[in-house]
Design a binder for this molecule. Structure first.
Ligand code: GLC
Length: 635
């Protein structure tokens, strides 16, 4: 048998029974919809209960204590104290064992959630940055061991830092034990994957599917002559798509998640969830069953490990994104966090065009002001490329803009190919036939710092730093948990060395996955370098966020649309002291009158970021280039 947790008949436990009673209500619906037509749902529920009880039985005492506090306060992660920092262990610390050395650095910056990029044992050689896992129960040996992982998780927890990891749900490496068994012909494990005897069905599916990595891995299926089967391989050939229509697979993955939760993981980033369910004639993304699956995984975890929350990675258009935070029957019951890729895309779009009208429209039209038991993971850069998720319906509202025209403009601008562009980035896996262009590059390089430093252009460097700080102020105040990507707090530039590594050279995303520059960190106290300015600015923004209850994620975010093309504005509503956040997306001063913002003429206002009282210039509020203003009425 492949590795699983041996089911036990645990002792009676009233706390578990209560949790199971509560959980059942939210589990039976999704499991019936997913499996009712083909399987015996009561039998699945029985096995699920045993699985959950077994992991609860094995759960360490300190994690059980955390479970209790979070059971009582399930919205703990909506606090303005939450700040995430995302990194590859080797690039940040070398090895797992060295991570605790850097906890003081994280604490000083204001971080409360450390997210490890894939750290489970990947296949050897190419592994899509670790997203091709061959053993979910082992740590990548190049980084450390599971024992060490538990120690590090404890050390983080002791300092109030939640530990998150990536868990890949759409596929395993083709070297995973399940895949090897399948390859050897074991029908039980063949049913864990999407396999076909001939290419009839693959060809039919292919008609409506998109290509994710057209340049490095074209098509969505691979034929293996050794065992004479076609296998669904959405991403790379070596990543085999899992078959979630099989409840055995559901139970096996849940077993894995709970096993890792008991090792100390409290936040799972559910990788590529949009792809988990497939249906002929569709693009096989964002299908309704995905939300049932998420609810089943999230609510099961809540029974056996209530301290744990889930963060969905669904990099999709605005119309599809909201459902990942729970709508309709899934409201308050699916992922607790979801990456806000639309905010990220709109940040870069407004920065390039110096026009915030599309951003204001998209944010106001497609997203609710708040969610139940959920919020966004806000970010400006991450380890992936930027996909220009701008729809025709949205872009065409702002003639002469068109979606294709604007996407091409953005890709050109950030590749540095548009006249006047400040950016240094590159195109990634462009698919001209599909009108799809994507971009890679680090925050600082895309924001203009690399070019400015190369050209020794101090005023341009100054503007780049201001853009970066505006981005951090945006994600810290918008609502949601701000996610800083390692090195963005010190302005790390593109790293072109991946070109020399044959395992990495065909994946341009490595350009924005540089090594942490600890030498630069030692110079931070000395002052005026770009790294020091960005770091000090970011730290101050995060500290101000923590001191401002209006910035907690359960507080509604109301977009203010006054058709001002230079400014992006929203309010964080409060009965008495609403905070109004303004951002200048241009390199010229931008003004707005207090009455346009409906500020109370009888009150005095202060900018939370600088602490300075609001001074009007010719009756208007004026924001210098790329400034952020968080206005609050005096108490
Ligand atoms: C997610 C990851 C990305 C990876 C893909 C396939 O989108 O963020 O890096 O390539 O899944 O696992």
């Amino acid at each position: 048998m492949a590795r699983t947790t041996k089911p036990k008949t645990p002792k009676a436990d009233p706390l578990f029974d209560l949790r199971w009673q509560r959980g059942q209500r939210d589990l039976i619906g999704p499991l019936t919809r997913l499996y009712g037509g083909t399987h015996d749902v009561p039998a699945i529920m029985d096995r699920l209960r045993t699985l959950l009880a077994t992991h609860w039985h094995d759960r360490p005492d300190d994690l059980r204590a955390l479970d209790l506090t979070r059971d009582i306060d399930p919205d703990w992660f909506l606090s303005q104290d939450m700040v995430a920092y995302v990194f590859y262990i080797d690039k940040f610390a070398g090895t797992l064992a060295r991570v605790p050395d850097h906890i003081p650095y994280l604490k000083d910056l204001g971080v409360s959630h450390a997210h490890f990029m894939p750290c489970l044992r990947p296949r050897p050689g190419q592994s899509d940055g670790g997203h091709a896992v061959m053993d979910y129960r082992a740590i990548n040996p190049a980084l450390g061991t599971m024992e060490k992982f538990e120690t590090v998780a404890k050390a983080c927890r002791a300092e109030g830092i939640d530990l998150g990891i990536d868990i890949v749900l759409n596929h395993t490496a083709r070297e995973h034990e399940w895949a090897s068994r399948a390859r050897e012909g074991d029908p039980f494990y063949q049913a864990f994957y999407r396999m076909f005897d001939d290419d009839t069905l693959p060809k039919q599916y292919e008609k409506s599917l998109l290509e994710i990595f057209p340049a490095q891995s074209s098509g969505n299926f691979t034929y293996y002559p050794d065992f004479k089967k076609w296998v669904w391989t959405t991403f790379n050939e070596y990543q085999w798509d899992l078959n979630w229509e099989n409840p055995e697979l559901f139970l096996a993955i849940l077993d894995t998640i709970l096993h890792l939760a008991n090792k100390g993981v409290t936040i799972f980033r559910l990788d590529a969830v949009a792809f988990m369910w497939k249906k002929m004639g569709t693009i096989c993304q964002n299908l309704p069953e995905v939300h049932d699956l998420l609810q089943a995984l999230v609510q099961s975890t809540r029974v056996a490990a209530p301290a744990v929350i889930h963060k969905a990675e669904a990099i999709v258009g605005p119309a599809d994104l909201v459902a990942y935070l729970g709508t309709g029957r899934h409201e308050g019951k699916v992922s607790n966090l979801a990456h806000h890729n639309n905010l990220m895309v709109q940040f870069w779009s407004s920065l390039a065009s110096r026009d915030t009208r599309l951003m204001t429209y998209v944010m106001k039209t497609h997203f609710p002001e708040s969610f139940r038991h959920a919020c966004f993971a806000t970010y400006i850069r991450c380890h992936d490329n930027i996909g220009w998720a701008i729809t025709p319906e949205d872009a065409n509202r702002f003639p002469p803009m068109t979606d294709v025209g604007h996407r091409n403009f953005l890709a050109d601008f950030y590749a540095g190919d548009f006249e006047g562009s400040f950016a240094r980035g590159e195109d990634f896996q462009s698919n001209p036939e599909a009108g799809d262009r994507r971009t890679v590059g680090s925050f600082a390089s895309l924001a203009g710092l690399e070019r400015a430093l190369d050209e020794d252009d101090e005023p341009a460097a100054d503007l780049a730093i201001k853009r970066i700080l505006m981005g951090h102020a945006l994600i810290a105040s918008f609502g949601g948990v701000p996610h800083l990507y390692m090195g963005d707090e010190i302005g790390l530039l593109n790293d072109y060395s991946f070109h020399d590594d044959p395992d990495l050279a065909d994946d341009g995303r490595w350009m924005h996955r540089p090594q942490m520059d600890w030498a630069a960190v030692t110079t931070l106290p000395q002052g005026r370098t770009p790294a020091a300015r960005i770091h000090a600015g970011t730290k101050a923004i995060l500290a101000t966020r923590k001191a401002t209850p209006q910035l907690a994620s359960h507080i509604p975010t109301k977009i203010v649309d006054i058709s001002h093309p230079g400014l992006f504005i929203f309010e964080r509503l409060s009965d008495d002291r609403t905070v109004t956040c303004l951002f200048n997306f241009s390199e010229t001063d931008q003004s707005v009158t207090p009455w346009a913002l409906k500020l109370d003429p009888a009150r005095r206002y202060r900018d939370l970021l600088t602490g300075a009282p609001l001074n009007l210039k010719d009756g208007a509020i004026t924001l210098p280039p790329y400034a952020s203003l968080w206005l609050i009425p005096e108490g």
